[in-house]
Design a binder for this molecule. Structure first.
Ligand code: 4NP
Length: 154
């Protein structure tokens, strides 16, 4: 099983989701069976580490994002991954535009898939520190539900 998280820049929301899911899979003993990656629909931050504000907010909760680097999503990802999870509606519609007809990946909106009270992960880039904490709260809840789904599918 291969899971890909996608946001706009691949420096805030999707790398945080990647780090959180990696740690939850480790704790569940599923790291060997499930691969995790993240990407952005935009190309501004290709090769860059996650935003320093997100790195420190994540680190404070025990998630190390320091080794991650930005990359742009591509059509090939629809063949390589089983599940592609978008952070907001804009990401989802941009992904739908590059989704090939015969793609292997299922494409979905991350929070909506798991029935959270909000459907989209807000972009924290231009806001304050509380925006990053809110993103981490949402991603932790949805990742718990995702791990439960993956456990059921294996
Ligand atoms: P992300 O946040 O999509 O969660 O990585 C953003 C990061 C950078 C930009 C926008 C959103 N930007 O415009 O550079």
């Amino acid at each position: 099983m291969r899971v890909l998280f996608v946001c706009l820049g691949n420096i805030c929301r999707s790398p945080a989701a990647e780090g959180i899911l990696r740690q939850k899979l480790r704790k569940a003993g599923l790291s060997a069976q499930i691969e995790v990656d993240s990407a952005g629909t935009g190309d501004w931050h290709v090769g860059n580490p996650p935003d320093s504000r997100m790195r420190s907010a994540a680190q404070a909760r025990g998630y190390d994002l320091s080794g991650l680097r930005g990359r742009q999503v591509s059509t090939a990802d629809f063949a390589a991954f089983d599940l592609i999870l978008a952070m907001d509606n804009s990401n989802l519609s941009n992904l739908a535009k590059v989704q090939p007809a015969n793609g292997r990946a299922e494409l979905d909106l991350f929070l909506r898939r798991y029935g959270l009270a909000v459907e989209q992960v807000p972009d924290p880039y231009y806001g304050g520190d509380d925006g990053f904490e809110n993103v981490l709260d949402l991603l932790e809840q949805a990742c718990d539900a995702l791990v439960a789904e993956l456990e059921g599918r294996l």
